[in-house]
Write a protein that binds this ligand. Sequence first.
Ligand code: ZN
Length: 376
Amino acid sequence: MIRISSQFDSGAIEVLDCSDPSDIRLRLPADNAADFRQWFHFRLQGARGQACRLCFENAGQSAYPAGWDGYRVVASYDRRNWFRLSPGQYDGQRYSFRLTPDFDSVYFAYFEPYGWERHLTLLGAADAAPVATVHDLGATPDGRDLNLITVGRVAPGKLNVWIVARQHPGETMAQFYVEGLLERLYDTSDPVSRRLLERACFHVVPNMNPDGSVRGNLRTNARGTNLNRSWLAPDMTDSPEVALVREHMMASGVDVFLDIHGDETLPYVFIDGNGMVPGFTEAHAAREARFCAALRAASPDFQTERGYAPDRFTDELLTLASKWVFHHFGCLSLTLEMPFKDNAHLPDGLFGWSAARSQKLGAATLQALLAVLGGE
Ligand code: ZN
């Protein structure tokens, strides 16, 4: 008999009917307190050797319907090795995909999950690194701690680099990116990291939305708040995660800010800058361009031809983290987006965009930061 379950860390699916393996009917669930849906993560059991066809019947009502075009589901038998299935079919409303499982249990997810246990292991690695310390900034609405990893020493004359990831909890690639960046930064035999830590102290929030992550939300926290629309006026009830991080940024000052995300639709790695924010000068543009050129040199996965169209300035823009930080601190402040699908300029047929590639991009980013911070 076929069973489908999702009662685990970041699990998310609604089952309509799984009695016939060739016609498994599913729905993408909404975030717990907001009407965003796209993330899924569930286990199918009892279908070894059977040709399964699974269908998300409400894919057309997801947050980014265009995200299903050319999308390939991520799957794993052992929860360690994740691979891409063949491209599914999207008809504008339903997204369906096929697999004949090799084993009794198979996990499916929108992208490789980054669980809370792994988050705790990431904190353990920070505590074990001589250059890093872990702080608890305060409590989330569900009572989880909001963790900050500090790498290097805060000292007069040192620059302050802030990096936050997973404001949108379904964008797990953002935490893999941070993992790769931190691992390199802890490496005392790496000259790039050593030079960076001479110049700067790193303040890294590896998961800005712990509640949404564990609950299996796509975009919001336990209160239904989109944290990346809360930076202008955060509050301790609906967006304590932003209020707490903002308070610490004000205390330390910010010289560089990176906000790490995943994009459901565009098959590219790109950044979104501040060209549309009042006060943006040619000097700011030159600084953004210098960072982009250095990141392009450090990683062929990064590109600058494709990205978001520059929008006209509205007040809402300052509710976004990187825009608010630029406006407040006047520093280099960027949103970095990785794809859920693949990098169309350097595709990988087996894995698409993956956790491993996100980690490598994180590590490569240190090279680009050195180019903008190091001994000019
Ligand atoms: Zn995002």
